[in-house]
Design a protein around this ligand. Sequence first.
Ligand SMILES: [Fe+2]
Length: 312
Amino acid sequence: MENHNTQFPDRFSLISATDADYQAWRMIKLEQASDLLANSDPVLIGDLSAITPAEHDELSRRCEISNAVFYHDTQETSDPDTVGNLLRQFAQNIGLRIAEKHRSAGKDGIVSLQVSDSVSQKGYIPYSKKPMNWHTDGYYNAPDDKIRAMVLHCVRAADTGGVNQVFDPEIAYIRLRDENPAYITALMHPFAMTIPENREPNGNVRPASIGPVFEVNPQTGHLEMRYTARTRSIEWRDDATTRAAVDFLQSVLNSDDPYIQTIKMQDGDGLLCNNSLHNRTGFDANSDNASTRLLMRVRFHNRVNWREKRRT
Ligand SMILES: [Fe+2]
C-alpha cells in the first residue's frame, strides 16, 4: 500500500517547528486539501460492514489529507437498527473505539439525531430543527473523555435545510497562525476556554470543562481542537489576545473560505472525520409536524489511524 503520510512525517512539527518547517508543511497541506476539494464526490461503499481494500484506501487517503471524508452507502440502508449495526462494524474495521457515555447513546454508543420530545432530549438543539453553530463534538467533555473522531450518517435527509458545513481544524490553525502566531499561543493556553458546570433536567451535573482550544496529543503528535461558537454559558480567558483570536476564528468560520465544505447529506451519505469543526442549518421549518430527518452519530475516543490499523 502506498504510504499517503509521507508528507506528514511528524505532526508535532506543526507546533514546534521552525517557521520554515511550518511554511513547508502548510504549503503541502493546503495544496493537497485543495486538490481533494476539487473532486469531492463521496467515496462509494458497497457494504459498510465489510469495506474493501480499495474503499479503505480511498477513505484513508482523503482522511489523511483533510481529516474528513464523505462516503455514500450504495445500499442506502433505511432501517435505523440495521444502520446502527453497520456503523458499529464499520468503526470496528477501521480501528475506532466507540465513546459510550453520552446521555442519549444507546448501550452501543450510537445516537439518533432527530427531533425529539423525550425528557432527556427536549430543549437540546441537536434534537430540534434549529440551526447548530460551529463546534467540535464533546467540547465540554472531561480530558479523559475526549472525542477525537466521529461518524455522522444520514438515514433520512430533511425535506428542506439541514445543510452541514465542515472545516478542518488544521486549516483553522493555519488561518490563525498566519494572521498572528500569538493567537495560537493564546488558544493553546490551558485555561483558554471554560464551559461552566451544567445541571441537566434529570438532575445530573456535568462539571465545568476547562482547557485549551488547540492541543497536541502527546501520544500521537496530532493537533486536537476543542471549540464552540456558542456565546452563552462559555467563558473565554480574560485576555485581549484570546478575545481577538476568538473573534478572528469566528470571522474565518463565517467567511467563504474555500476550504469550508458545504454539503446537504442525502440518504445513505455519511461523514467520517477526526472531529472536524462542523455546523448545520435549521431544517423543515415550514412543516408543522416533526421532521423525519434522521442522522445517526457515533463518537470515538481515538482518531482515525489508518497506518496503525494496516499494521495489525
Ligand atoms: Fe456535532
